[in-house]
Design a protein around this ligand. Structure first.
Ligand SMILES: N[C@@H](CCC(=O)N[C@@H](CS)C(=O)NCC(=O)O)C(=O)O
Length: 215
């Protein structure tokens, strides 16, 4: 059965791979599972039909027969459990890879998002200039720890896993921040993720949607 995912009809990032359907597309490409995409506008995401799939009126969602999922991490986990290639078979190694999925979404992504949001919505506020260095420092603190863990390794725990997939997509949110300039280890890690053929196919597919919407 071909799964159907939802994605932005017109992505605010202009197809730069940041919208979270990218994670799902990448996971599906890694395991060789074809998929269909239903594009939704911002207005459609807030309608009852979409909220029945996603209580928070967001993308991505994932439908496969009777199953409907939301939350990119849960969707990637589901794909990784159903198919070979994104989680190791050894139970302990699998548990470690899953741990990195959580680390990406609950330890690394929150400070990155916390830093991003004020740049979009609080730039004109009097507290903005004082607050940003603190938010920058929180991100850098986590990046220091992450790059130390990674060291000279290619991936977080041996072979590439769903943990790396999520971590790379999370770190890509910092691409235009300038912060990664100070983290060559993490820049190389991200580049290894982006160089994967499955990543490239997913990125091109997402970009094609944006290009078509503006053409
Ligand atoms: N925790 C959710 C976050 C989903 C999310 O923030 N989706 C964004 C696109 S990347 C969205 O739909 N934004 C539009 C909105 O919230 O109205 C996940 O990982 O799937």
């Amino acid at each position: 059965m071909t799964p159907i995912i939802t994605a932005f009809e017109r992505s605010p990032d202009r197809g730069k791979g940041l919208a979270r359907d990218m994670r799902v597309r990448w996971a599906l490409e890694e395991v060789g599972q074809p998929y269909d995409v239903r594009l939704v506008s911002f207005a459609e995401m807030k309608q009852p039909a979409h909220r029945a799939l996603h209580p928070f009126g967001q993308i991505p969602t994932y439908e496969e027969g009777d199953l409907a999922l939301f939350e990119s991490g849960s969707i990637v986990f589901h794909i990784a459990q159903r198919h070979a290639g994104l989680l190791p078979d050894d139970p302990n190694a699998r548990a470690r890879a899953i741990t990195w999925m959580f680390a990406a979404l609950s330890t690394i992504e929150p400070p990155i998002l916390e830093r991003t949001m004020p740049m979009i919505v609080e730039r004109d506020k009097p507290w903005y200039a004082d607050r940003m260095p603190m938010l920058d420092a929180r991100v850098r603190h986590r990046l220091d720890e992450l790059s130390k863990w990674l060291g000279d390794a290619n991936w977080l725990e041996g072979a590439f896993s769903a943990g790396d997939l999520l971590m790379v997509t999370v770190l890509l949110r910092l691409s235009t921040s300038g912060i990664l300039e100070d983290y060559p280890t993490l820049r190389a890690y991200i580049a290894r993720g982006e160089a994967r053929p499955a990543y490239k196919r997913a990125f091109e597919a997402q970009l094609a949607v944006f290009t078509a919407s503006t053409g």
